[in-house]
Write a protein that binds this ligand. Sequence first.
Ligand SMILES: [Zn+2]
Length: 332
Amino acid sequence: MKAAFVVAPRKFEIMDIEMPTITDDEMLVKVEACGVCTSDMTTYLDTYSEEMKARMKMPRRVGHEPAGTVVEVGKNIKDYKVGDRVTGILGMGCFAEYITCNPAGMPGMGRQPMVGKIPDGIPFEYAIGEPMMCLMSIARTANPELGDNVFQVGAGFMGLGVICGVASPKLKNYIVCDLEDWRLDIAKELGATTTLNPNKVNVAEEVMKITEGKGVDVAIEVVGHPPGLKMVGEVIKNNRGKIVAVGWHQAPDTYELYHWIKSPIIYSPQGIGMSIDPSSELPRAMWAIQKGIYPMEKLITHKYKLEDIGKAFEDNLGRTKGYIKGVVMPFM
Ligand SMILES: [Zn+2]
């Protein structure tokens, strides 16, 4: 079977490798789609710490957002059969034609079940359970109250997905900030009431104006870079504010903690790239996609063959106009 390997910084190679074999507790899954995640870029660019580099030797497998079809089941498996469509955290290194999956969970991740069936009617490229579970966690954690002012920085795939789960007519304002106007237009379509581009306005000042100098009740950071995290601190209100910080931060930085002792509660609901409550949040995610709460056709903008994985990763890094998220489909 074919699998993609990072063989050098910013270089993929597709290799023919032995088909994996399963134990009695595992199943073999044909990977129909696997999402390209910004957190994969660390593996691709080789921007790990020296300590991690030593552990993550090249060539490296990558990919943690798969959806696929069960093609073989171990004899101890009761809940799945050949032909089932499955998603969630099935395994790692999922930019490959086949992967093995233990539906009871992965060692090192608390051995909790993070796999579920894909309901009929959701195509594989939209059924990427891992990021969708994270979006469930974020929406449930942010959970603003009636009449709240909400501020969010970041309108990439995760940011737009957060808006889908959090926006509501019961909010007074949902202010979203991003560097790209075309992404802010989509943010508006999905429920943002005001959009701000830091290239054009002083965002913190504008937010203070909109909230009559009080600041916001909930501030959500979905960027993963220092300026975004600084911004949420600047606009959070005094007393009982809530900062939800979910960006994938890849480098250390220094922050002004003064902003965060005004008394907001700081949440980072995601564990290491996963939901806090997978066995509940994976079915919630599939329900929410079916219900149309997440318009996946707007969020998944690019599909790639396995041999084009290099382009898929470069497009993620380039963030060209029109790119929200890509999926690799080995059997497309
Ligand atoms: Zn991811």
